[in-house]
Design a protein around this ligand. Structure first.
Ligand code: DAH
Length: 339
């Protein structure tokens, strides 16, 4: 039996040295050291030996097993290195090449525009206040002085969730949320966010879009404060050379209501952007209606305030001469990557 073991070891070592692939290496392992391998079956046969010989032969088998195991590991390591070297040669790895840049995204144009707006108003002491996108009829309309059958509702085409819930048609309901949270403190907030309208989609109108609402409530707030804030905004956002003008308007939640325009970048020459008028709309605005102040919890005898609301995509379109609002939400990277 000892003879048999020695032959096995010699053959094993010899065979191991001639191995050239990892498949062969695996086969070799199965044959010599595996659970059904030659050494294991020799160990199983120990029972046939006399009790005197059994421990001696057992020891020899175990020793050989260890030796073969060691040789196997050495061979395995050597083969791994050879394979790695071969691969390196084929791959022609050049560690001095610059890395491949990872593609990182960037902020969407609408977000960039929003953040510019935040910065400008932040300098004037306004903080950002976020209100819900899904609103009740009460907040979106009634508390803003637009009762159920008020014709002003026609100004907003609405996505109804059910009879009482709407996707907000404007950011104005945020005024009520802010007032109810801040009472009895003075308020200076901007309320940005998505709005939804059941509109025909055209190059100029989408059924979803951003607005930024502004609200200031205090003890002595006047229309001139509103005009001052909006002029400052127009100058910071579009350039100091812009002139601002005020037109009378109507909104149910402001009294008086105004529309704020600024001069177009064409000067007074007139162009397609300003439809040859020389003026561009910036925002709708006005003094917060007493009923709305009251609904927010502020006594209109004591408090006054101004509010404004403006679009976000439109100004970005003006700045970058984008002629179709649908580009904002069609997720075409060729468009988005330009900004
Ligand atoms: N909510 C109005 C709209 O979507 C915009 C607006 C006008 C907001 C006047 C105001 C405001 O706060 O005072 O058309």
């Amino acid at each position: 039996m000892i003879e048999q073991i020695n032959i096995l070891r010699e053959n094993g070592e010899k065979k191991l040295n001639s191995i050239t692939s990892s498949e062969q290496l695996q086969e070799w392992y199965q044959q010599y050291l595996g659970r059904k391998g030659d050494l294991t079956s020799l160990l199983k046969n120990l029972g046939n030996l006399s009790t005197k010989d059994r421990p001696i032969v057992g020891k020899i088998i175990n020793k050989v097993k260890h030796e073969l195991q060691e040789s196997f590991e050495l061979r395995q390591k050597a083969m791994r290195e050879t394979i790695l070297n071969q691969e390196l040669e084929i791959d022609d790895l050049d560690v001095s090449l610059p890395g491949r840049p990872c593609i990182t995204g960037h902020l969407h144009l609408a977000t960039q525009t929003l953040r510019r707006i935040y910065n400008i108003f932040q300098e004037m002491g306004f903080q950002v206040y976020e209100a819900p996108e899904v609103e009740s009829d009460e907040y979106n309309f009634q508390l803003l002085n637009i009762p159920e059958y008020h014709p002003a509702r026609d100004m907003w085409d609405t996505f109804w969730v059910n009879d009482e819930i709407v996707l907000r048609t404007h950011t104005s309901p945020g005024q009520i949320w802010a007032m109810r949270e801040y009472f009895p403190k003075p308020i200076r907030v901007i309320l940005p966010g998505k709005c939804y309208r059941f509109e025909q989609i055209t190059p100029r109108s989408e059924h979803q879009f951003y607005q930024v609402e502004g609200l200031a409530v205090g003890k002595n707030i006047r229309l001139t404060d509103l005009i001052g804030v909006m002029s400052e905004f127009a100058h910071k956002m579009y350039g100091a050379e812009r002139k601002v003008r005020i037109r009378g308007s109507y909104f149910p939640f402001t009294e008086p209501s105004i529309e704020i325009d600024m001069t177009c970048s064409c000067g007074d020459k007139g162009c397609r952007l300003c439809k040859y008028t020389g003026w561009l709309e910036v925002a709708g605005a006005g003094m917060v209606h007493p009923v709305v102040l009251q609904n927010g919890g502020y006594n209109p005898e004591e408090w006054s305030g101004f509010a404004f609301g403006m679009g976000v995509e439109r100004p970005a379109m003006l700045k970058h001469t984008i002629d179709d609002i649908r580009n904002f939400y069609s997720n075409d990277l060729r468009f988005l990557q330009q900004f």
